[in-house]
Design a protein. Structure first.
Length: 281
């Protein structure tokens, strides 16, 4: 028997708690909590993400400051905006929706976000602190996965965890968090030679690949916990993850669905990180 981990429910419980904590913070400090959201250009997926992030802010009581810049915005204009947000006392968190247009050097722009306002957890300092297992703002998607595992009381100490995908946003921070939780971690990627054999060793398998239904039942050990970070469209245009859910679920002890799994946790962790930035200031 498998259990479906209901990300929508866990996220909604977290947001209810957060809403109360934010109200209390505002009452005690007399201050608002502010999140600046910067979108450059008109990438349709980014527009949806940004809209959802702003809606989540309203829901939990965070003040959002949205900056919609045209695709032609120059490097200097983006950097000037980030430098001013870095100084702005009303802004606790700064989020630059990625990807930025090709003519913008993202790395140099993102460097202007101070560590304390880096609610995406993408800065070199925050990634470095995560590696050192010292307090940092942690990238929202992997942080959300950890909260889901914690919610289900899934033991990680001494377990074999396999992360498929090595992106800076998900795979690498996910691996670090699992190491910090005392799991034995393997990171696989597009050049891994014996992917199926590696996956079959996983007590906990995290798929962050970006390919529809890539993880099939023959790659999953009986009783494994399978976490699907993917967000793809299948051959019929239907939303699906990186895991072939219908066939894989039979082998699992726990599995996350798409939609309704990791997705709802990501934005919730962004709200949580923004709250943390305010509290730690
Ligand atoms: N683009 C895709 N995922 C993310 C994310 O988590 N944060 C930001 N800022 N941009 C993204």
């Amino acid at each position: 028997m498998y259990k479906i981990i209901d990300g929508k429910l866990i996220a909604s419980e977290m947001r209810d708690k957060l809403k109360k904590d934010i109200a209390e913070y505002k009452l005690n400090s007399g201050k608002d909590i502010g999140l600046a959201v910067v979108l450059v250009g008109e990438n349709p997926a980014s527009q949806v993400y940004v809209r959802n992030k702003i809606k989540a802010c309203e829901e939990v009581g965070i003040k959002s400051y949205a900056y919609y810049l045209p695709a032609e915005t120059s490097q200097k204009e983006v950097e000037d905006l980030l430098a001013s947000l870095a100084e702005d006392g009303n802004v606790n968190g700064i989020l630059v929706q990625l990807p930025l247009p090709k003519h913008i050097n993202s790395e140099s722009a993102l460097r202007l976000i101070p560590e304390s306002k880096d609610v995406d957890g993408f800065s070199a300092n925050n990634i470095g602190k995560l590696c050192l297992n010292s307090q940092s703002l942690v990238a929202c998607t992997p942080y959300g996965v950890m909260k889901m595992l914690e919610h289900e009381r899934i033991e990680l100490c001494g377990k074999n965890a396999v992360v498929v995908g090595r992106s800076n946003i998900v795979g690498k921070p996910m691996a670090m968090l699992l190491i910090n939780a005392d799991a034995t971690v393997t990171v696989c990627h597009s050049k891994t030679k014996n992917l199926k054999e590696q996956c079959l060793k996983a007590d906990v398998l995290v798929a962050a690949i970006g390919k529809a239904k890539f993880i099939t039942a023959d790659m999953v050990k009986d009783g494994a916990v399978v976490i699907d970070v993917g967000m793809n469209r299948d051959e019929n245009g239907k939303l699906c993850g990186d895991v072939d859910f219908e066939n894989v679920k039979q082998k699992c002890s726990y599995i996350t669905p798409v939609p309704g799994g990791v997705g709802p946790m990501t934005i919730t962790m962004l709200m949580y990180n923004t709250y943390l930035s305010a509290v730690r200031r």
